[in-house]
Design a protein around this ligand. Structure first.
Ligand code: NAP
Length: 248
């Protein structure tokens, strides 16, 4: 049964595709975004066309006060959250270890790791049976980079997603007795704006030859897996890391 869903970074890319498919499946949705209010409002409006309630809420998921404000807004405007997709993420600037700055590592870890921890905590405080909640489901958007390592360009990013995999495994065991299922998807090369933002134009074209299926993926193909993990159709799937990567 669908419920009340928070999608972090829901304004574009994989997050926006998740908002669309989750609304089709009947979820009320909070679309979080960092900067692009127009796209977030458009994603929320698109969700409402499916007959569900949807709001857009700005907030930097790397900042605890923003996370607290977002979940309070959901309490007030939609009700207690029953689903969370930890999707907001960044690669940070591409580069080799020899040129790496502490600032790059710290900011990538804050967005990709601290954010999912804080959002999961706030969701779990509302979902946990021991706190009077009705259970729920959390899906983390990790990356195949966690296993591949992304040498020469994004080891800092790959390491952050390795942490997301560990977070998924640990919380799946900690929260299952609370009625909360936790899983992750590990996308491969997906056609979104994240690649150009990293500072390497043409990255997808350069790497697509290494994909067994011979093509990059679409955001919607990842969202299909996320929405399945949110649904009762995956009711006995717990602690899974699901590759969505064309075999890469
Ligand atoms: P994208 O197109 O760059 O979109 C990123 C989204 O995250 C945007 O909605 C952005 O908001 C939001 N965001 C960024 N920093 C944020 C912050 N600090 N707080 C709140 N929101 C923030 O990225 P994408 O490719 O869809 O990636 C989504 C997730 O999939 C990420 O976790 C990424 O690591 C993962 N992933 C992507 C790929 C790929 O090939 N694309 C592969 C593996 C994993 P604004 O629009 O307001 O800026």
């Amino acid at each position: 049964m669908a419920g009340i869903l928070v999608v972090t970074g829901g304004s574009r890319g994989i997050g926006a595709a998740t908002v669309r498919l989750a609304a089709q499946a009947g979820w009320d949705v909070c679309v979080n975004y960092l900067r692009d209010q127009a796209k977030a409002e458009a994603a929320a409006a698109g969700a409402r066309e499916h007959g569900v309630r949807a709001i857009a809420v700005q907030g930097d998921m790397a900042r605890e006060q923003d996370v607290m404000r977002l979940f309070a807004a959901v309490d007030d405007q939609l009700g207690p959250v029953t689903g969370l997709v930890n999707n907001a993420g960044t690669t940070g600037p591409a580069g080799k270890l020899l040129d790496l700055t502490a600032e790059t590592v710290e900011s990538v870890m804050a967005i990709n790791v601290v954010g999912p921890f804080l959002c999961s905590r706030e969701a779990a405080r509302r979902m946990a049976r021991s706190r009077g909640g009705q259970g729920g489901v959390i899906v983390n958007v990790s990356s195949r980079a966690a296993a591949l390592g992304s040498p020469n360009e994004f080891v800092h990013y790959a390491a952050s997603k390795g942490a997301v995999d560990s977070l998924t495994i640990g919380l799946s065991k900690e929260l299952a007795p609370e009625g909360i299922r936790v899983n992750a998807v590990n996308p491969g090369l997906i056609d979104t704006e994240i690649h150009d933002a990293s500072g390497i134009p043409g990255r997808l074209d350069r790497l697509v030859g290494g994909v067994p299926e011979g093509r990059v993926g679409a955001a919607e193909e990842v969202a299909q897996a996320v929405v399945w993990l949110l649904s009762e159709r995956s009711s006995y799937v717990c602690g899974a890391l699901v590759p969505v990567s064309g075999g890469r």
